[in-house]
Design a protein around this ligand. Structure first.
Ligand SMILES: Nc1ncnc2c1ncn2[C@@H]1O[C@H](COP(=O)(O)OP(=O)(O)O)[C@@H](O)[C@H]1O
Ligand SMILES: [Mg+2]
Length: 316
């Protein structure tokens, strides 16, 4: 990431920011209960849902004679056009499983995932998937990696070159076209992976803990860029994370899942003004209340004792 010059990155972000902004869906509130999205109200009003998880259940058979694992126990939520929805939940609760279903790589044992109202029944090529690891092919240059989805779709060389150029500019990587992944930092490889997803203009972008493996500083820069990119493109994003701060600072809504077999514990509207400061998240007006709204639900799932005054035991 050291070669990611902040001035250029900022420049790219500023030019992107001038394009468009997502409308705010809810008024700013500091009352935790007011932030909770009523699922019936939301789905009733959400005629433009791009992705719908309807009563999703999933049970995996265990190896040998073991009892099957019930992972998802009736998951219901919808993602509207241009919405950035973060999904947070304890490890092993089925977050990645949900994304696999949205990509059409796994059929749920109950319920259905719908993309623009149609049940997903096979590989869903309308979604873009950004995995936790960048997974660029080491023997291909950055440009060759990024153009791959267009090559597979039979798009000609001139259009490929234009679109690769635009995608790399959008993630602040122009000038690195001929570099191999091994010559790029972890953050730059991640940008390459995002460019490869953006290039075919997916209807929905699915991100599975995409910044989990990055160092703290790179992660903040990536969060800032993702915020700018998603606003500029009006992108619809489902973003899995285990980091509450990341979820609150980036998302329009945070869906909190329970432990396995998991259900939706809360669907929290995050109505902080944008653009948000990802570098000092606590300085965003309303951040503390939004964080509390998510944390107060999430903490019940990770085996912490109930909240009370923290009193130090007197020394014996
Ligand atoms: N293909 C599979 N076969 C059997 N069990 C699976 C399979 N995929 C996931 N699981 C199990 O489902 C649970 C949820 O997995 P996952 O969706 O990866 O959780 P998360 O992403 O929330 O950490 C885990 O217990 C995992 O072992
Ligand atoms: Mg996972």
């Amino acid at each position: 990431m050291s070669s990611m010059a902040p001035s250029r990155s900022k420049c790219v972000r500023q030019s992107l920011l001038t394009i468009s902004a997502c409308p705010r869906r809810h008024p700013i509130s500091t009352d935790i209960d007011e932030m909770i999205v009523d699922p019936s109200r939301e789905s009733a009003g959400m005629t433009d849902a791009v992705l719908t998880f309807a009563d999703i259940r999933q049970t995996f058979p265990a190896p040998g004679d073991g009892a099957p694992t019930r992972v998802l126990d009736g998951i219901d939520f919808a993602v509207g056009r241009g919405e950035f929805v973060a999904v947070i939940g304890p490890s092993g609760c089925g977050k990645s499983t949900l994304l696999q279903m949205a990509a059409g790589l796994l059929a749920p044992t109950g319920g259905e995932v719908r993309h623009r109202g149609r049940r997903i029944a096979g590989v869903n090529r309308a979604v873009g998937f950004v995995p936790q690891q960048a997974k660029l092919f080491p023997w291909k240059t950055l440009a060759e990696n990024v153009e791959l989805p267009l090559l597979l779709r039979g798009i000609g060389p001139a259009e490929r070159r234009d679109r690769v150029g635009a995608a790399l500019r959008a993630v602040g990587l122009d000038g690195f076209e001929g570099h191999y992944p091994g010559q790029l930092s972890g953050g730059m490889q991640k940008r390459g992976s995002i460019a490869r997803t953006l290039i075919y203009e997916p209807d929905v972008i699915l991100m599975d803990e995409p910044f989990g493996a990055l160092d703290a500083q790179t992660r903040m820069v990536m969060q800032d860029d993702l915020q700018a990119l998603s606003r500029a493109a009006g992108a619809t994003i489902v973003f899995i994370t285990h980091d509450i701060t990341e979820a609150v600072v980036l998302a329009d809504r945070v869906v909190v899942l329970s432990q396995r077999p998991s259900r939706v514990l809360a669907d929290v509207a995050i109505d902080l003004p944008r653009p948000r400061d990802v570098f000092e998240p606590f300085r965003n007006p309303g951040f503390d209340a939004a964080y509390d709204a998510v944390w107060s639900r999430f903490r019940t799932q990770i085996g912490l004792p109930s909240r009370g005054p923290r009193v130090r035991e007197p020394a014996p």
